[in-house]
Structure formats: structure tokens, C-alpha cells
Design a protein around this ligand. Structure first.
Ligand SMILES: *Cc1c(COP(=O)(O)O)cnc(C)c1O
Length: 347
């Protein structure tokens, strides 16, 4: 039985009857940029997440970049974050001229080790940037306390966790700004690229809208260096259909994984025999993947600046982690089959 990491074809088959007429209607309406579906999606996403403002943009990477620019991040500043994540978490910090400061992770959650964050704060620190890795919410309350104590901003990278709950709100709606991605593999995904910033702060919301729109408040007057970063109407139509099902889809991920708050963007195991297990699964036609094989402080792009950083837990997890297929489309017989082959691999 071949089992893919993610079955987008099954999801498309399930949603086609609703998505296709809505897309055709948007094509015929010809308001491809700044159309009514983008505005409606922003309102629906804000209401869903429990944030005052939701601002759509072109990708999760742009969401992070624009959020960091909006808090005024610039040369000389530092941002405390994790090295066990996708590169965009830290590359966007560098794009602002600032430096990521990598803190080690908790081996049980793969998220920032909350006990190590305060010691990493310096007079240059401007923000803490936790990642809700693989869909598991970071315990944000202690980070918020540190931010209040030291005058820092809390920016959530919720690219893998949209729809997860934390403290009565949805992931991304707790910090000063939350950023998410609608890349096709994410829990809420478009048929292309897309991203979103969430905030309760009117001033930050206005600033992010300006930055996403060429730095202009008044058309053709550009007072800051901005970007062309927009969600298009077609993606908004698709996201509106899928947002209605996000809780249902996340519930299915949780049911497969058999646990609580986590929204299981990935289902990731640790083993000292990771490579052997990966081979058994792959030979049996079951897709699996190593997220992430190279932590950011070991990436060539950070060699000059972070070459002597050591993060023992991050490095050990990167060598032992393996993500198994998980998606709302996974059938019970497929889940059982994966479990059976895993049993053989471990025997
Ligand atoms: C996917 C992802 C991003 C970037 O989102 P894109 O939409 O691909 O630009 C950022 N951070 C994390 C943790 C991600 O998984």
C-alpha cells in the first residue's frame, strides 16, 4: 500500500464541488487583486482566530518579514528563536538586517526550551519569535511575561499550527503579531502561496498593510520601503471554503495521533535507528521525511555568523527525527498499515 505524506488529491476530490463553482465565479467577477473574497477571508480568519485584525499577504515568509519590519526590527537588533525550524523563521530576521539568536529546544515538544530564553536576552534583543513546530503550541505565557519584563515584542510563527488552541485563542492570536502560511502542505492551505498576519494592535495592523502594499498609505506616495505582497482573489476563494473545515480537519489529525491540543502538522518520532526505520518505511511504499535534517545554526548561510553556536538537543533531535504521513485524508486502514510496518521496523 503506497501512502503519501499528504494526500492533496483526496482533499481536492472531497471539496471540488464547492471549490470549482466558487473559483469560476471569482474568475468571471474579474476583481483579481483586492477583491471581495480577500476582504471576506480576512474578516473570517480574524473572527476564527480571535484576533482584531487579519492581514493577508503573499506567503508565510512575507508574513514574518512584514511583521518584523512592522515592529521596527533593523540592523544591530537581535531576535531570540529556534534553529529547529524552516529557514524562513530566521532568514526573515536577517532580511531586516538583524541577527537571530538561537536557543536550544525541549526534546519532548521540539519547541524552544522556555528555561533558556531569559539568559539569551541582551540589550539588543527586540523580539522573541517562537515557532509552534509541527503544530504543537508553544506555552506562550512565560514568554509573554519575559516580553513585558524586558520591553520585547512576541511574534508567533504559526505557519504549522493554524487552528491549534492556546489560552482560549487560536494559535497566532496571542502574541503581538502571529504569522501563518497557506503553502499547499500547511494545515490550512491554498492552491499556491499565501500568508496571513494576525494582531490586536491597530497601529501594527495599519503598518503591516502599508508594508504589504509598496509602503504606501496614499496611492503612488511611498513613505517607507515596502513590498508587493498580496493574497489573490482565487486563493482567497479557496481558503474561505477550507477555513470552514479547518477544525474538522485538525480534529481528524488529532484523532489519528490520539492526543489533545496539538494539530499535528507533522507526526514526528525520535529514534537512534532513524535511518534504518526510514528505509523500511520507504521500501514498503510509505512516505516519510526528515524535518529538519540541518538545524539553522549549521546551515551554510549562517556559517559566518553562527558557526560556533552549539545546541546539543537541537542537534541530537535533528539526527533522530522522522516524520510519518499524517493528513486529514488518511484512512483508518492506512493508519493501521503504517503502524504495522513501524512495528516491523522497530522489531
Ligand atoms: C512554511 C513555513 C514558513 C514559510 O511559509 P511560506 O508560505 O512557505 O513562505 C515559515 N515558518 C515555518 C515554521 C514554516 O513551516
Amino acid at each position: 500500500m503506497n501512502i503519501p505524506m499528504l494526500d492533496l488529491k483526496a482533499e481536492y476530490a472531497l471539496l471540488r464541488d464547492e471549490i470549482e463553482p466558487a473559483v469560476v465565479a471569482a474568475l468571471a467577477a474579474c476583481q483579481y487583486i483586492g477583491g471581495p473574497n480577500v476582504k471576506a477571508f480576512e474578516a473570517e480568519a480574524a473572527a476564527y482566530a480571535g484576533a482584531k485584525h487579519a492581514i493577508a499577504c503573499a506567503s508565510g515568509t512575507d508574513a514574518l518579514l512584514i511583521a518584523l519590519r512592522a515592529i521596527g526590527l533593523g540592523p544591530g537588533d537581535e531576535v531570540i528563536t529556534t534553529a529547529f525550524t524552516f529557514v524562513a523563521t530566521a532568514s526573515t530576521v536577517v532580511m531586516c538586517g538583524a541577527s537571530p539568536v538561537f536557543v536550544d529546544i525541549d526534546p519532548r515538544t521540539f519547541n524552544l526550551d522556555l528555561n533558556l530564553v531569559e539568559a539569551a536576552i541582551t540589550p539588543r534583543t527586540k523580539a522573541i519569535l517562537p515557532v509552534h513546530l509541527f503544530g504543537q503550541p508553544v506555552h506562550l505565557a512565560p514568554l509573554k511575561e519575559l516580553c513585558d519584563k524586558y520591553g520585547l515584542k512576541l511574534i508567533e510563527d504559526a505557519a504549522q499550527s493554524f487552528g491549534a488552541d492556546y489560552a482560549g485563542r487560536k494559535s497566532g492570536a496571542y502574541g503581538d503579531i502571529g504569522c501563518t502560511s497557506f503553502y499547499p502542505s500547511k494545515n490550512l492551505s491554498a492552491f499556491g502561496d499565501g500568508g496571513l498576519m494576525l494582531t490586536d494592535d491597530d497601529r501594527l495592523a495599519a503598518e503591516m498593510r502599508v508594508l504589504a502594499s509598496h509602503g504606501s498609505r496614499v496611492r503612488y506616495h511611498h513613505h517607507v520601503l515596502g513590498y508587493n505582497s498580496r493574497l489573490d482573489e482565487i486563493q482567497a476563494v479557496i481558503l474561505r471554503v477550507k477555513l470552514k473545515r479547518l477544525d474538522h480537519f485538525n480534529d481528524r489529525r488529532r484523532a489519528i495521533a490520539d492526543s489533545g491540543r496539538h494539530v499535528y502538522h507533522q507526526y514526528t518520532i525520535l529514534s537512534d535507528r532513524r535511518d534504518a526505520i526510514q528505509k523500511v518505511l520507504t521500501d514498503a511504499g510509505i512516505a516519510c521525511a526528515v524535518y529538519y535534517p540541518v538545524p539553522l545554526h549549521k546551515q551554510e548561510m549562517f556559517a559566518a555568523t553562527h558557526g560556533n553556536v552549539t545546541l546539543p538537543v537541537t542537534e541530537s533531535v535533528a539526527q533522530r527525527c522522522l516524520s510519518l504521513p499524517i493528513s486529514p485524508m488518511l484512512r483508518d486502514d492506512q493508519v493501521k498499515h503504517i503502524a504495522g510496518v513501524m512495528g516491523q521496523a522497530l522489531a
